[in-house]
Design a protein around this ligand. Structure first.
Ligand code: GBH
Length: 507
């Protein structure tokens, strides 16, 4: 008897030891993948969809896209509801994050006319997911603004917040009975800095140092209006949560000098603080140091006002605290120096109002995207910073992923290395008590990578863009991700058998 007790004790001990080495993802931690409408749907002019700014850019300025391609067909997801959900089932996803095409639902951009065929597509997708227990997380806006609204100024026009609120009402009304996770806007930094302040995204306005800030204010107010609309008119009945996703990479000082620490903090303010501070900080409003710098520069440049607009007290209060969670899109990290001349691999555009140096150590592995390297522990670094700075919010990592060139094919050990490292960093966050509730890999499948066209691939599934049906094939990383979802641990030695992908019982 004693012997068996001792044996039992040993078994419990050893399994405790091995679970210590192999930390588990809690059962209620949502693991999934993410996509965005324009990048996957195609059917750009089918069934009543209106034109959006990416249709307009790719059709009228094809030279802006690296391979001259468009999202006209993309991964053809509009015609692939069942296959897309089948992939989710193969992987065993808890959650799938996707976005809605504003102009597919409201062809003119305004809420005067609803395109029922568009609503129907999303209903079929949501219902198919729910049939298999996959939680939908919906982004209302992932950059594909209706073209008509852009012609009226887009997010440089303060009325954009009203147009967005109208659209949000249509969305909550049509899908809110089944969808409980809402993200209003994906990545204000990329919308405003890359789209209005430079030439990296549609509408490539290049209104440097003016457009970025006008857009920032109006995007934040648009988000806040959609958030309060949900809270005031839908939450009681529908019981969901509503937040925003902001891109936040890791910025660490190049050296331990005071100057490098200060430069790093300024860079954080100019990258994600511009959007996070007004929502998640205690006082609200734009980051103070940045506001002072821009005000001073504007005066020197002869502007009668600061290029960074003020919030009225009322606007500041509308935006402050307006999010149930902090959605983080995280990809990489940079070292920051006060010395602007520091060597840089490669040149990363930085908001021109701040002058800091950027450094990427040569030993950090490089992806197919110039801005994306594997930066050690960058998730943990970023979330611990945000947790402290913004008073311990609830987090979701709503995107994280790795790109490879199209020629890499199905054997993507570099992507597997990236995801394993990222997920270890996620577990470090959970161990540290950060209230991180989910993680979404970017992306479920290869898609239209904006101005890079189809030259960079982020998919767990490869898409064959030369075949009109756009067939999808799992990469090796898909098998590894599936095993992590199944076992809820990261086994660094796991070598998948990649010959057949199956759907496990219960999916
Ligand atoms: C995400 O943005 C997007 O949400 C997603 O749609 C996209 O497919 C995915 O990344 C992969 O790119 O020229 O310095 O401005 C991530 C944010 C977008 C930030 C690209 C850096 C280019 C560098 N990144 N951007 S820059």
């Amino acid at each position: 008897m004693k012997f068996f007790l001792a044996l039992g004790f040993l078994v419990v001990c050893c399994s405790a030891l091995s679970t210590k080495q192999q930390r588990r993802f809690p059962d209620d931690f949502l693991i999934g993948t993410a996509t965005a409408s324009y990048q996957i749907e195609g059917a750009w002019n089918e069934d009543g969809k209106g034109e959006n700014i990416w249709d307009y850019l790719t059709h009228n300025n094809p030279a802006a896209v690296k391979d001259g391609s468009t999202g006209d067909i993309a991964a053809n997801s509009y015609h692939n509801v069942e296959r897309d959900v089948e992939m989710m089932r193969e992987l065993g996803l808890d959650v799938y994050r996707f976005s809605l095409s504003w102009s597919r639902i409201l062809p003119s951009g305004f809420a005067n006319e609803i395109n029922e065929a568009g609503v129907d597509y999303y209903n079929r997708l949501i219902n198919e997911m729910l049939k298999y227990g996959i939680t939908p997380m919906i982004t209302l806006f992932h950059w594909d603004l209706p073209q008509k609204l852009q012609e009226l100024g887009g997010f440089a026009n303060p009325l954009a917040s009203i147009w967005f609120e109208d659209y949000a009402r249509v969305v909550y009304t049509n899908f809110g009975d089944r969808v409980k996770h809402w993200i209003t806007i994906n990545e204000p930094r990329e919308i405003c800095y890359e789209g209005y302040g430079s030439v990296h995204k549609a509408p490539i306005l290049n209104a440097t140092a003016i457009g970025t800030y006008l857009c920032a204010k109006n995007v934040l107010i648009a988000h806040a209006k959609a958030y309060h609309l949900y809270n005031n008119e839908f939450k009681d009945k529908q019981g969901g949560q509503c937040g925003i996703t902001i891109s936040a990479n890791s910025f660490r000082p190049f050296t331990d000098s005071e100057e490098d620490h200060a430069a790093t903090e300024l860079r954080r303010q100019a990258e994600f603080g511009l959007y996070a501070e007004p929502i998640f900080s205690e006082e609200g409003g734009f980051p103070k140091e940045l506001v002072e710098i821009v005000a001073e520069k504007s005066a020197k440049e002869g502007y009668p006002w600061s290029r960074i607009p003020e919030f009225t007290d009322e606007e500041r209060e509308l935006v402050r605290g307006a999010s149930d969670f902090f959605g983080v899109n995280h990809y990489t990290g940079f070292l920051v120096s006060a010395n602007e001349q520091i060597s840089d691999r490669p040149t990363i555009p930085i908001l021109p109002d701040i002058t800091v140096g950027n450094y990427i150590p040569p030993e950090w592995p490089q992806s197919a995207s110039y801005w994306l390297t594997l930066s050690p522990d960058s998730i943990y670094d970023t979330l611990t910073y945000l947790q402290k700075r913004y008073n311990d919010p609830i987090f979701y990592i709503t995107e994280n992923g790795w790109s490879s060139p199209p020629t890499n094919g199905l054997l993507d050990d570099d992507r597997i290395r990236y995801y394993r490292a990222a997920l270890e960093s996620v577990l470090d966050c959970l161990d540290a008590g950060i209230r991180l509730k989910g993680y979404m890999a970017w992306s479920l499948m290869d898609n239209f990578e904006w101005l890079e066209g189809y030259t960079e691939r982020f998919g767990l599934y490869e898409v064959d863009f030369s075949d009109p049906a756009r067939p999808r094939t799992p990469r090796k990383s898909a098998f590894v991700y599936k095993e992590i979802l199944r076992s809820r641990v990261i086994d660094h030695d796991y070598e998948p058998n990649t010959t057949v992908m199956t759907i496990d019982e219960g999916h």
